[in-house]
Design a protein around this ligand. Structure first.
Ligand SMILES: [Fe+2]
Length: 372
């Protein structure tokens, strides 16, 4: 599924009028670019343009596969500055990339909460609440990356007056609870129930052997939203299993260095190098696989929306289930020799060797038999 599937210009012209959507028109009307990104080398330095509505600078990052599901933008608050109050009828999750500051959230009932953040903080804006971001530094800009489910909502309703100026409190999502944005949470299975993580790069994780190589994992569902996210970490000298899923996962590197391979079924893997601040957005249905080639554990944050996770009847994402039983994850035992060869070569450049034997052995215990 999901090869590039390019056709002639003549055929493409027949669909040209359908290529744009209310969402893409809206971004253009904001005066901003959309980077059609499968890969952004560095969110900390990606080029921004003036953004009049937000009195800041920004850029949208959105490619064809997630154009109708969820999107991503980077925004910079000038030093000593603030963004104007803002509300929107779609959800938003934010990772602070650089700087420090605070955010005030309030509703029409007059409940108001302010919380502080710095680089590495992760939180969500409750649906349709008023919110305002303040840069806490007079010297340095503050920069954040956000993922929203704006495309689906904007495509459906289109009118900015409705999207950005509807008076309604979703009280089950936010009612001004005093500890709403406190840095604490209850662990329920792999899910950490919280609306605020102060330091995502250093948050303790839970072991999750199903994704391979002794990895750590934790999942979030913030501000009672329909979008979710998770953090995944993998040790020195290891890599994760390849898997595929729906569009709209935005994978942001929090620590370490390495590379990812991505490929549509039946094609050769394409390689994307990464380090802190790189972003990978796997297209719908493409296999993708992440490799740690650095001298520290590697950790990433993946922003998603529910459409990413095709689930089986038990509610388990198929990206967590072996291809041998009909899932979308490739077991180590079934990967092509080139995968291991490329990894060993990349590590050798740092004078290191793969530490995968334990993971290969551990997999055998639960590996479903190959179909005859
Ligand atoms: Fe993935």
């Amino acid at each position: 599924m999901a090869k590039d599937a390019l056709v002639s210009d003549e055929m493409a012209k027949k669909f040209a009028t359908e290529k744009e959507t209310p969402y893409t028109r809206w971004v253009k009307s904001e005066g901003l670019d959309i980077i059609p990104a499968h890969y952004v080398p560095n969110l900390h330095t990606v080029e921004l343009k003036p953004w009049a509505r937000r009195e800041a600078r920004g850029v949208y990052l959105n490619h064809e596969a997630s154009r109708t599901s969820n999107d991503c933008y980077v925004c910079e608050i000038p030093s000593g500055g603030k963004l104007p109050p803002h509300r929107q009828l779609f959800e938003e999750m934010i990772l602070i990339l650089d700087g420090r500051g605070s955010t005030t959230v309030w509703n029409d009932a007059g409940k108001r909460i302010t919380f502080e953040w710095k680089a590495g903080a992760l939180f969500a804006i409750p649906l349709n609440t008023w919110h305002q971001h303040f840069n806490g530094s007079g010297k340095e800009p503050a920069r954040y990356v956000a993922v929203t489910n704006g495309p689906a909502i904007i495509n459906m309703y289109e009118e900015p007056e409705f999207l950005f100026n509807t008076q309604h409190d979703f009280k089950n999502r936010f009612a001004g609870e005093p500890d709403y944005f406190s840095n604490k949470g209850e662990q329920k299975g792999l899910l950490l129930e919280t609306n605020f993580v102060a330091d995502a790069p250093n948050l303790p994780l839970i072991s999750a052997k199903e994704r391979g190589a002794g990895g750590g994992h934790i999942r979030f569902n913030m501000a009672k939203g329909s979008m979710n996210s998770h953090i995944s970490q993998f040790p020195i000298g290891t890599y994760k299993k390849a898997h595929a899923h729906g569009p709209g996962a935005h994978v942001i590197i929090l620590t370490g260095e390495g590379y990812s391979l991505m490929w549509p079924e039946g094609e050769e893997p394409r390689r994307y190098e990464w380090h802190i601040g790189s972003m990978i957005v796997p297209p719908a249905g493409w296999q993708h696989q992440h490799f740690n080639t650095g001298t520290t554990p590697s950790r990433y944050l993946a922003f998603k929306h529910e459409g990413v996770a095709v689930r089986n009847t038990q509610g388990v994402p198929k990206a967590w289930i072996s291809k041998r039983v009909g899932g979308d994850q490739i077991d180590y035992a079934d990967e092509k020799p080139i995968i291991r060869q490329l990894f060993a070569e990349a590590l050798a450049k740092h004078g290191m060797q793969p530490r995968m034997d334990e993971a290969y052995q551990a997999e055998l215990a639960d590996l479903p038999p190959l179909a005859a």
